[in-house]
Design a binder for this molecule. Structure first.
Ligand code: ATP
Ligand code: MG
Length: 576
């Protein structure tokens, strides 16, 4: 440590909010170079390499072949796939000196697909799984928590190519198992949830979410059935439609000063001779949407008034279409939008697309805006008085909501996405017309899978899941060193004894970090706890009596062992 390129910090960095970010900076693993862009220092790089290794071993085990593509890419293939525009502001676009458009790769479906197209031409070549461990670039809107959400980050991305849908399913299943092994070896606590496929396109897709309070993903689980899904992927169970015959007529009521759901419910409970809750009202939320490269258009979203619109769910439902809230100018330009009293009728009459929550089934009767200030409809019936253009998953999902599988109730928790597996299908192989000659001499269009692991993010996730108030506590598989040996005795014999112990451990295949600095034992102990190597050995005062201490960073327990048997005792602890 006297020569290691390492400075530990006593104070938390000012820009750090989550524990992993604070600790990785304080313990000298990473340093910020720009927002969302980090340098890896010696300790950090060792952990990064260890994680990469586990990922590589498990990818190789399922027959993946490692290649490495450039991060600097031409525009053309992304233009063909549509992602040059679809990716929006998250794409780092650049121009070379000749003015040619290029980008820094955010993910590489296009390039892998083209590579397979150029190299392979026969069914005999398939299936194939290719992967890389590579630096990715995304100009994230909110880079966050250090390496947790970077603008430059390391991802393992792999891509499978198959002749048939069954082949794709097999490659997907193999990846799913490989990911389970990776995360088990790394000792990450995680859940697998069904996911939406976002900008990737394609069908079946699951996410691996590390359990963490600081996570940005919300997922829900049904304890009874084991169902788990990202909130964005939750499908609201629709109630049975109600026959329209005999339903009461829709009536417009004067509802002075009821621009909010609360005030409307209060009015209804006074004016109608039945009990009304917010769930009986239909709230029509206005947003504007824009296709990639297109113009803004209005969209009305009708949801039960007891719920809010969950913007992430709304965005996921509309992706790659962009969504934004209306501003005053939008309201001014569309005077039929009467704030607080917007109803389905004016929207439909003015040709505005109107999508409703799946709970708004045929025959349900709603209290909703009548498009005139101070007036609402009561008993406006879906599919009798208005017909929406379709349904949309935009309403918030709440704890206690029924599980989509009908088996119980949902509970929610926070997670961090560490892996994502997709059965992409033929989205890109169609775009690039990737065929090989089939066994019968006819061309076969290939089908593709896409699979990602957030390698650099995993280091933050591990730090998040494995720390205490003193510092980091690395699982053995990824710890930067096997043993942290603290010399806490200036005596020459003790120093020589420590060096001998380190040499013996080294010979036994254990990497040792020796704290040989001219610093007080207190400083050294604090740093050893901060750095987080799981086994700490102290050559201290006891050395004169022929003992050293072994401290377990996890249990906090200390064992005093004779110097003579110290190597064996440390090895037992390291290998436990
Ligand atoms: P997120 O929803 O967190 O933005 P994503 O769904 O956009 O992630 P994918 O395109 O599925 O990410 O990328 C595969 C993996 O790469 C993710 O599961 C995640 O672990 C990791 N990853 C994605 N974006 C980042 C980032 N900005 N910083 C670090 N890791 C990332
Ligand atoms: Mg993802």
């Amino acid at each position: 440590m006297s020569s290691l390129f390492l400075r530990t910090l006593r104070d938390d960095p000012a820009d750090a909010e989550v524990p992993s970010h604070k600790l990785l900076v304080r313990a000298g693993y990473v340093r910020r170079a720009a927002p969302g862009v980090y340098s890896w220092l010696p300790l950090g790089l060792k952990v990064l390499r260890a994680v990469e290794n586990v990922v590589r071993e498990e990818m190789n085990r399922i027959g993946g072949q490692e290649i490495l593509l450039p991060a600097l890419l031409p525009r053309d293939p992304y233009e063909t796939s549509g992602r040059w525009t679809e990716y929006g502001d998250s794409l780092f676009r650049i121009q070379d000196r000749k003015g040619a458009d290029m980008l820094l790769g955010p993910t590489h479906e296009e390039i892998f697909a083209n590579l397979v197209k150029s190299e392979y031409s026969s069914y005999k070549d398939l299936p194939v799984i290719l992967y890389q461990v590579q630096t990715k670039y995304r100009d994230e809107e909110r880079p966050r928590a250090g390496i947790l959400r970077g603008r430059e980050f390391v991802m393992k991305d792999s891509y499978s190519f198959d002749l048939s849908d069954d082949g794709l399913k097999e490659a997907y299943a193999a990846h799913r198992e490989a990911y389970q092994r990776i995360f088990e070896r790394l000792r990450v606590s995680y859940v697998i949830v069904s996911a939406t496929s976002g900008a990737m396109g394609g069908s079946a897709s699951e996410e691996f979410l590390a359990e963490a309070e600081v996570g940005e993903d919300t997922y829900v689980r049904c304890v009874e059935s084991g169902y788990a899904a990202n909130v964005e992927a939750v499908i609201t169970p629709a109630p049975e439609p109600i026959p329209l015959d005999g339903l009461p007529e829709a009536v417009v009521h004067d509802t002075e000063n009821t621009p909010t759901i609360d005030s409307l419910v209060e009015w209804a409970n006074g004016a109608l001779d039945r009990e009304v809750t917010a769930a009986d009202t239909l709230k029509n939320v206005m947003v504007k949407v824009r296709e990639p490269g297109g113009e803004w258009e209005l969209l009305g979203v009708g949801i039960p008034g007891d719920r809010e619109v969950d913007f992430k769910r709304l965005e996921a439902s509309l992706e790659p279409t962009e969504v934004a809230l209306l501003d005053e100018a939008d309201f001014a330009a569309n005077p039929f939008l009467v704030k607080g009293y917007i109803g389905p009728k004016a929207l439909l009459a003015n040709g505005i697309r109107f999508l409703v929550d799946p709970r708004v089934v045929s025959g349900t009767a709603w209290i909703t805006g009548a498009d005139v200030s101070g007036k609402h409809y009561v008993d406006l019936v879906a599919d009798r008085d208005f017909t929406a253009d379709g349904t949309i998953e935009a309403a918030e999902v709440r704890d206690g909501d029924p599980s989509p599988d009908g088996q119980g109730k949902l509970v929610s928790a926070k997670g961090i996405e560490i892996g994502h597996i997709f059965q992409l299908g033929r989205k890109y192989t169609d775009a690039f017309e990737i065929d090989v000659l089939g066994e019968n001499g006819k061309p076969v269009r290939l089908t593709q899978g896409s699979y990602g692991v957030g390698v650099s993010r995993l280091i933050a996730v591990l730090a998040e899941q494995w720390h205490d108030d003193k510092g980091l506590r690395w699982p053995k598989e990824v710890s930067p060193f096997g043993v942290h040996l603290v010399i806490a005795n200036k005596d020459e014999a003790a120093v020589a004894g420590a060096e001998q112990l380190a040499a013996d451990l080294d010979a036994a295949g254990v990497e040792v970090l020796i704290d040989d600095r001219k610093a007080s034992p207190g400083v050294k102990f604090k740093d050893s706890e901060l750095i987080g190597v799981p086994t700490i050995v102290v050559v201290g005062r006891g050395f004169a009596d022929g003992t050293v201490e072994i401290r377990d960073r996890f249990s906090g327990e200390t064992a005093t062992v004779p110097v003579d048997g110290a190597v064996e005792a440390v090895l037992t602890s390291v290998r436990a």
